[in-house]
Write a protein that binds this ligand. Structure first.
Ligand code: ADP
Ligand code: MG
Length: 238
């Protein structure tokens, strides 16, 4: 059985059908990306999985249970946004440990987990710095460490690297793949950067107008597109 199952997921905003009966499964440890034009429903799907938006219909099963109706903090899911929202007057270590502290994790265990995370995101020794002392890429790494530290079942990314320049973005995305392998946490990734997504994802979902056109590996989408939309969309990057 898949670790995460999305079934008949639908979202209407008034007369706008943003997500139109979407079905897909994610296997534990997978790096899966959602590609699609602006307005195709990518963010709405992520927001429903995270619990920030209620579906009009459908099921979101995470580890077997339908979590629709559960508040975000009860879903074992974290989400990373483009807007990082690090706490400006907390140190790097305090930012990373914030959720653990709220959750009552003892100080010595927090310290161990923070050190482990700093190593994973390649920021060893940055414990006492404050966000304003960091570059954009370093702030991204702190936000990632904060999202990973409580070992969620699923980590959602909504174009987290969009504010970085192209070179750094590509570098960070490849680093993300390494971090995903290292932690084994399941990643569901929304991006505009099709080229890198094709290179780093185990599978990709191509979304158009609220519907899934195709789910498959980069090779499958490229070699056997279901229709002309997928062929053109994937073809755009070559
Ligand atoms: P994407 O992330 O792929 O760009 P979105 O999920 O943001 O797409 O949007 C999908 C559709 O739903 C768009 O037509 C958008 O205008 C609409 N939409 C998204 N959020 C809202 C909202 N809160 N209220 C009304 N319409 C919305
Ligand atoms: Mg979006």
């Amino acid at each position: 059985m898949s670790d995460i199952t999305i079934h008949g997921l639908r979202k209407e905003f008034g007369s706008v059908l943003a997500v139109d009966d979407v079905d897909f499964d994610i296997t534990e440890g997978e790096f899966i990306s959602i590609l699609g034009p602006s307005g195709s429903g990518k963010s709405t799907i992520l927001r429903m999985i995270a619990g920030f938006e209620s579906p009009t219909a459908g099921e979101i099963r995470i580890g077997g249970d339908d979590v629709v109706g559960n508040p975000p903090f009860e879903r074992d899911v974290n989400m990373m946004f483009q807007d990082l929202a690090l706490f400006p007057h907390l140190t790097v270590a305090e930012n990373i440990a914030y959720g653990l502290k709220q959750g009552g994790v003892p100080a010595d265990e927090r310290e161990d987990r923070v050190q482990e995370m700093l190593e994973i995101v390649h920021l060893e020794g940055y414990d006492d710095r404050e966000p304003h002392e960091l570059s954009g890429g370093e702030q991204q790494r702190v936000a990632l460490a904060r999202a990973l530290v409580n070992e969620p079942k699923l980590l959602l990314f909504d174009e987290p690297l969009a504010s970085l320049d192209r070179k750094l973005r590509q570098h960070m995305q490849i680093e993300l793949q390494q971090i995903q392998h290292e932690t084994g946490i399941t990643f569901l990734y929304v991006t505009h950067d099709q080229e890198v997504a094709m290179a780093v994802s185990d599978r990709l979902i191509v979304l158009n107008d609220g519907q899934i056109e195709q789910i498959g590996t980069a090779e499958e989408l490229y070699d056997e597109p279901n229709n002309s939309f997928v062929a053109n969309f994937i073809g755009d990057i070559n």
